[in-house]
Design a protein around this ligand. Sequence first.
Ligand code: MSP
Length: 522
Amino acid sequence: MTMTNKKETFYITTAIHYANAGPHMGHAYEGALADILARYKRNSGALTFFLSGTDEHGDKILRAAQKENTAPQLFVNNNAQKFKDLYKKLEISNDGFIRTSDSEKHWPGVIKWWKNAVKNGDIYKSIYKGAYCVGCESFITDKELINGKCPYHDKEPQIIEEENFFFKLSKYAPQIKHLIESDEINIIPKIRKKEMLIILEEGINDISCSRPERDIVWGIPVPDNSGQIIYVWTEALINYISALGYGLQDEKLVEQFWPANVQVVGKDIFRFHAIVWPAMLLSAGLPLPKTILVHGFVTSQGKKMSKSIGNVIDPEEYIDTYGTDAFRYFVAREISPFEDGDFTKEKFIETYNANLANGLGNLVSRTLKMTEQYFDGKVERRLDIDIPLQITRETLKGMETLKDYSIPYVIQQNILPNYTAQMNAYDTQSAANIIWRLVGLLDGYITDYEPFKLIKEDKDKTENILWNVLCGIHWISKMVFPILPDTAKKITDALGATIVENKPVSFQTQQLNKPLFVRIQS
Ligand code: MSP
């Protein structure tokens, strides 16, 4: 009997972003964060599908289009393009981009889900009376209001009374509670899991899943029922499977990739993803996402960005001025994926100069220069000399037991396994910290061994020292690839490593045409 080895698959999604305007910092952040994880997985050999897209229906978008006197379809076409343009600029490697106004790709999945839910008895008609926040596109309870206003949009909700279809969310709540408790739906960070369990403990009501049609129909009509359109959140959540072909003739990708390995969403919308979405999947008889990664908000001067405060930071401005990799670096290293993180110009410049221009950039350029100057760019492994890692500084912290070994050994035994563990735990910030710890370690190594002096006394030993540093840089280029794809490629090209069994055996370096990161003068 022959066994076929099935390749590991990895399906990662972002939220679909509202197309009521172009993208902002939150979208750039979420896209870059998910992209780092997608690139990491793809590069480690998993067959990866990375999905993003735009959420294009609902009152918020209709109103925005009307305000600009534009037909809603044209309006969202324009905005969706802006998201695609930003993704290109940010080198987001998404495999799919789903748009909810796409009646050929998205709608059939929504209709399939709806009909199935009706068949299961999960949908019924009733009267809804309550407060609605158009910003959230969601009903809001008195308890959630702060001073009578939605905490996210700082606006008073509208009071609505209308006939809606309802989805029997309450029917699935006990099962979902169990699935979250047992981590079958793994919500990270754990503090978010606790929050969900409290909400589930308090009791869950059924939710409205349709809205009456207005003068302009902008949404997906409820099947077999004139007069109602499917509630924007209900249909938006289905994007994660419609993008794979759910409801179409060919559902091959659904079988291959669903359930998602990780769904990346912000803290304001994770309740939809941790409770409503799993209930919808249970109703459809589909498996549930394995992990929901709930990230925080990017703030500016410690506050939510808002036009009225005047603290809005445009991601494109930073990308255009300092480069895609500089922006991606900030996302990965300076913002924890599990908490809010502040984005300020001062911090951006400070960390760029310290860790990109001076740290990584300088390490690579001076190593390449020495290799070129002393060895015409060609360095080979010298098995006859083994130089232990004799540095006693900060950078060796936690690795003391490894100080008698060479750099490649330390990387294999300590750095790579730690990095892999952090990436697999979706902790991009800790993974980035590990990479920069290696940058510091190599800097310290050069300072301690002074190859620039030693070359006059002992050429062989100098070659071995550079060999160690070049190996370190080789592994940095591998580890840093998901975060800084362009820089990683430049480093790889400059090193000219010959690889045998996954490890470098010699280097034939080339000088960089330009510094990797030019210092910002402030
Ligand atoms: N369209 C809904 C999601 C539907 S998913 C089926 C939506 N869109 S959104 O454009 O408002 O937000 C998209 C994502 O961006 C969300 O995950 C949200 O949390 C995130 N962010 C919006 N502002 C943010 C910051 N300032 N910082 C980080 N991410 C934030 O909600």
